[in-house]
Structures are given as structure tokens and as C-alpha cells.
Design a protein around this ligand. Structure first.
Ligand code: DGL
Length: 306
């Protein structure tokens, strides 16, 4: 069921906080012991709802030995129309919840939360936290030949301008066009992938991008990879479509290896737990259409308590 790991060369720095205190000699043994037990600890992944499953799917594919705890904030989705302060507060609560599951690293699968909350939370918690923006941006920078990149995402992500900043930080000559496509999220959630209205809305949002001269486009929202084939059909073959989930899983692998946190107990069954803030059964049904295995159980958490 799982695909093999794709080998790759060491890449640029993963999206994790730098630094770390110099270790005292007498502490060394303790640190080593902790690391050994941390290796089997799960990775926490969270999103505003179901969309982050596209990232979990990639992590499962590329890191099949890792255990995962997923939280989908189904009670408070969408994040894409909310303010920065609210998204930071939601992210902090979810990270506090994931910490109760002894996670060894956290992936913010949500583009909106990566765009608006990553900087705040990564300095607040002592667990490595990475987002999806830098991996996605880097893939687009590598893909574009004409130095023209398009980014589609939620209102909040596009308003933040984070993709433009990160891409131009990597290569100032690249021109970035961002476009908010808020209706893609409900279309995906309602299972409207094959519906004619999806085709029309794709055309409505993406016509100017298709008529322009971008040659790489980032799907800067967790849900969009789920209608990727429709977007690809409309945009044509001349454009590289970047799904940040793929690059994020690769960066996570590098992060875990660098910190000696990768689970090397291969052969054991990996364990996946799913939590949501509401509508567990709806989530579970959706998850079963995305994940390469049966999602047997989803638990509801009162996230406001964290
Ligand atoms: N998960 C969000 C993102 O990737 C999309 C859904 C939402 O607006 O919450 O930006």
C-alpha cells in the first residue's frame, strides 16, 4: 500500500527554527536517552479541517514508518476568512493539544495558518514546527523557467503576501501573481470535483492566470490538490503545478534525520490517530476518500479547553 521513500539529495534548510542552546557535557547522556524514546513519538499534523489530509497522505507515502496524530479544526473552518490574531490563537490551542500527545515535531498543514501563525508559534513552543509555505515556494522557484509564478490560496493567505515575500526572498527576479480562490474550499468539501460548477469556477478564478505567462503555479491551499486534475485540465500542460504537500513531506524527512528523530523501527505498524473539533463522522467519511487506508475512528476534542 505504501510507496517507497524517494531518495533525494540534501536540500536547503528545512522550515524549522534555528538555534538551540549549547549542551553541557554532563547532560549528554540524558539528551541521548530522550532522543531514543522520541524517535517513536508521533508527528503532529494540523489543519483547519479535512484539507490537511493531503499533507498527511504525502507524509504516509514518504515516511511510512512514522506515527501521526492529526487534528482537523472542523468546528472553526474556514481559517481563510479569519484575522491573523484569531488564526494564531487557534494554532496555539491546537499545538497545546498536540503536545499532550507527546509529538516530536509538528507540521502546520494549513497554508493559511502557515502564512499567518508559523512565525508566532515557532518561537513560543519548544517543539520543531514547520509549515508548508517555504517548501512550496522553493519547488516553484526551482520549476519556473520564465521567472513567473502564480499562487492560488485563501483570502487570508493571499492578503498576507507571504508566498510573494518568500519566493522573492529566494529569487528577487521572479514575478509572482497571487489569486484568492475561496470557493474552491466548499466545492471540495461538498465533493463537487466532477460537477460542472467546479469547471466554471476554475475558469472564473484562473482565466487571467492562464492567459498570462506564468509557467509554475502553487496550489497554496490544502484543498486544492484534491481538484488538481481539473485545474491541470484548465491550465494546460505548459504549467508546472506545485503541490506543497509533496515538498513538505520531503523537508520533514530531512528535519527528522538532522535531529536524529526519524523512527528507525521499521517493520512495526505505524499508528495514525485522527482528532477533530466537530462532525467526526463526516470527517471520517471524507478521510476515507483521501487516505490510502481505512480511517477507523475519529475523536472529537473540545479545542477551546486548550
Ligand atoms: N486549510 C486552509 C488552507 O490551506 C483552507 C481552508 C480554510 O480556509 O480553512 O489555507
Amino acid at each position: 500500500m505504501f510507496f517507497g521513500l524517494r531518495e533525494r539529495e540534501a536540500r536547503s534548510k528545512p522550515e524549522v527554527p534555528s538555534g538551540g542552546k549549547p549542551r553541557l557535557k554532563r547532560k549528554k547522556k540524558e539528551t541521548t536517552v530522550n532522543k531514543a524514546s522520541l524517535k517513536t513519538a508521533p508527528i503532529g499534523v494540523f489543519d483547519s479541517g479535512v484539507g490537511g489530509l493531503t499533507v498527511v497522505r504525502e507524509i504516509v507515502r514518504q515516511l511510512p514508518d512514522e506515527n501521526i496524530v492529526y487534528f482537523g479544526d472542523t468546528a472553526r473552518v474556514p481559517y481563510g476568512s479569519k484575522s491573523k490574531n484569531t488564526i494564531i490563537r487557534f494554532s496555539e490551542q491546537i499545538i497545546r493539544f498536540l503536545r499532550t500527545k507527546q509529538v516530536k515535531a509538528i507540521v502546520i498543514a494549513c497554508n493559511t495558518a502557515s502564512a499567518l501563525a508559523l512565525d508566532a508559534v515557532r518561537h513560543e513552543f519548544d517543539v520543531p514546527i514547520m509549515g508548508v509555505v517555504i517548501p512550496g515556494a522553493r519547488a516553484a522557484v526551482e520549476a519556473t523557467r520564465r521567472k513567473k509564478v502564480g499562487v492560488v490560496g485563501t483570502d487570508a493567505t493571499v492578503r498576507s503576501g507571504v508566498y510573494t515575500r518568500v519566493i522573492q526572498g529566494m529569487n528577487p527576479q521572479i514575478e509572482v501573481t497571487e489569486k484568492a480562490c475561496p470557493l474552491f474550499v466548499p466545492l471540495v468539501e461538498e465533493g463537487f470535483k466532477e460537477h460542472v460548477v467546479t469547471k466554471e469556477i476554475i475558469e472564473h478564478y484562473l482565466k487571467s492566470m492562464r492567459d498570462g505567462d506564468i509557467d509554475a503555479m502553487i496550489l497554496g491551499c490544502t484543498h486544492y490538490p484534491l481538484i488538481r486534475s481539473k485545474i491541470r485540465e484548465y491550465m494546460g500542460d505548459g504549467i508546472t503545478i506545485v503541490n506543497p504537500a509533496y515538498e513538505t513531506a520531503m523537508d520533514l524527512k530531512i528535519l527528522l534525520e538532522k535531529r536524529e528523530l526519524a523512527n528507525d523501527r521499521s517493520g512495526m505498524h505505524s499508528h495514525y490517530e485522527f482528532y477533530v473539533s466537530d462532525a467526526a463522522e463526516k470527517f471520517r467519511c471524507f478521510a476515507n476518500t483521501v487516505m490510502p487506508f481505512d480511517v477507523p475512528e475519529t475523536n472529537v476534542v473540545n479545542i477551546e479547553e486548550y
